[in-house]
Design a binder for this molecule. Structure first.
Ligand code: FE
Length: 235
């Protein structure tokens, strides 16, 4: 509590200083002329300048912004999704609930909120590989995966995944053989998706927690497989 309060104060102080600097400079071009090795990028400065103005005009509250920042820095992220996946691997009844109603099943862990209102979980099998995309913008299951990676939001990924999913997966390092059906799920405001990856071979002796440590964000998007590290070092 004390730590996060201190962080909030620091952040606000930084925001104010950064905003003043950006506004005084007048334009990003002027900023470029200065030696600002330790300064954040121009877009970051602009965001902070905007935030400062909104706060000063009373349009948003710093405390509300801090809650948002804390949520996406600390409370949501791929480790949430990994917990859900590992549970589904060890508990067949949970897996069934997850496939039947993803939103209700993730709520069993206390995961809910923005972009998680309607979660559909799609299962990879030896004959089907699933991959998720949002062709329109960047819809993504925030409560389970956090904020989307930049490439997920790129025009190339959004446009090409629906046209040539095998090619996109290959470029991302995942070879899917022709015998395996590739299903592409286009996220939208009504439904966000999560891929339930296949449990890797040779992981029978692992605990649920150890299994969760194997599950990557990319595997839950469907652009990677979960690899076992059992033969080598423990996860
Ligand atoms: Fe979208």
């Amino acid at each position: 509590m004390d730590e996060s309060d201190a962080g909030s104060v620091d952040r606000r102080g930084f925001i104010k200083g950064a905003a003043a600097g950006a506004l005084a400079a007048g334009s990003p071009g002027v900023l470029h002329a200065q030696d600002h090795q330790d300064m954040p990028s121009d877009p970051a400065l602009r965001v902070k300048a905007l935030e400062s103005v909104l706060v000063e005009k009373g349009l948003v509250e710093s405390a509300a912004l801090d809650v948002l920042v804390d949520t996406f820095e600390n409370r949501v992220g791929p480790r949430n999704g990994a917990q859900v996946v590992a549970r589904a691997w060890v508990d067949p009844a949970y897996k069934q609930r997850l496939l039947d109603d993803g939103t209700a099943a993730m709520a069993e862990f206390g995961f809910s909120g923005w972009q998680g209102e309607k979660l559909t979980v799609v299962e990879n099998t030896p004959t089907v590989h699933n991959v998720i995309v949002c062709t329109l913008c960047s819809c993504y299951p925030w409560p389970l995966l956090g904020l989307a990676p930049t490439w997920y939001k790129s025009d190339a990924y959004r446009a090409r995944t629906v046209v040539d999913p095998r090619g996109v997966l290959r470029e991302l390092g995942l070879q899917v053989s022709d015998e395996i059906e590739v299903r592409v799920w286009d996220s939208n405001a009504a439904s966000r998706y999560l891929v339930l990856p296949e449990r890797p071979e040779g992981t029978d002796s692992l605990s649920e927690e150890q299994l969760a440590a194997l599950v990557s964000r990319d595997a839950m998007i469907g652009v990677a497989k979960v690899e076992s590290t059992v033969d080598g070092d423990a996860p």
